[in-house]
Design a protein around this ligand. Structure first.
Ligand code: PEP
Length: 263
């Protein structure tokens, strides 16, 4: 269902009032995890101030260690709803469990399937049934073909509102957190009619690389970027090391604008 030939003009995905895949580059920014009201509202203000079209933030966090911060869960979702009222930005948040989909979907504007769940087929079926837009992150050990096959699980439920997200794969290279597969961006655009997003933050894991990699993603044809922004990254409870400071996010947004204008 996702093959490019079936819809050569491409699919536009609507998250709240935002369109992804309409030819412009949409940026979704925010903290990796929702930590508390003050942190979230401050990060949301930064995202909105610099022109982000949506707010990202994890209420349910899939952590490698069970002893790491697991997210504020339902309370985090409530805070995201508050941040939406505060900024007007639609909210994009991860859902981890098929049993949670209905309840998360009742609040969120877009559902994120994390890299670790890309092949959780029950979860994909449930988010497909929800009818909400879905950002499907590529598993870090999964091929492009497997990613496109995973998207079919959502599409097969009659939900064509799917964004494919390249967020880096595991290779022998450990200088970056993961290796961003830039060729996958161009390839997925050619093979699929679905919009493609890139998450430079989770892939490279190094703030100083987020800007050049974002520019590369835009040049490769990405429709959207997912960027971690934090007002106090050194105090972050999750993945603080990779988050951009507000000023650096502002500078990135300025450069992306110049790129869009062809300057
Ligand atoms: C995230 O975006 O919050 C996240 C956990 O990303 P990934 O699933 O790509 O690791």
């Amino acid at each position: 269902l996702g093959r490019r030939e079936l819809r050569p003009q491409g699919t536009v995905v609507r998250i709240g009032e935002t369109s992804v895949g309409d030819g412009s580059l949409s940026v979704f920014a925010g903290p990796c995890a929702v930590e508390n009201e003050q942190q979230l509202l401050a990060c949301a203000d930064v995202a909105a101030h610099y022109g982000s079209v949506g707010l990202r933030g994890g209420a349910f966090k899939p952590r490698t260690s069970p002893y790491s911060f697991q997210g504020l869960k339902w309370a985090g979702l409530e805070l995201l709803a508050e941040a939406r009222r505060h900024t007007g930005l639609p909210i994009l948040t991860e859902v981890l469990d098929p049993r949670h989909v209905e309840r998360v979907a009742a609040t969120a504007d877009g559902l994120q399937i994390g890299a670790r769940n890309m092949q959780n087929f029950e979860l994909l079926t449930e988010v497909g049934k929800s009818g909400l837009p879905v950002v499907l992150k590529r598993g870090f050990g999964c091929t492009v073909d497997e990613t496109l096959a995973a998207a079919e699980y959502v599409l097969a439920q009659g939900n064509d509102q799917v964004i494919l997200c390249e967020r880096g794969i595991r290779t022998f290279e450990h200088a970056t957190r993961f290796t961003l597969d830039i060729s996958a961006v161009a390839l997925m655009k050619q093979r699929s009619h679905l919009p493609v997003m890139v998450d430079p933050s989770h892939s490279v894991g190094i703030p100083a690389l987020v800007e050049p990699v974002s520019m590369a993603a835009a040049a490769a044809g990405a429709d959207a970027l997912l960027i971690d922004v934090h007002v106090a990254p050194e105090q972050a409870l999750c993945d603080g090391k990779q988050a951009l400071l507000p000023d650096d996010f502002g500078s990135l947004m300025g450069k992306l604008e110049l790129l869009a204008m062809g300057l």
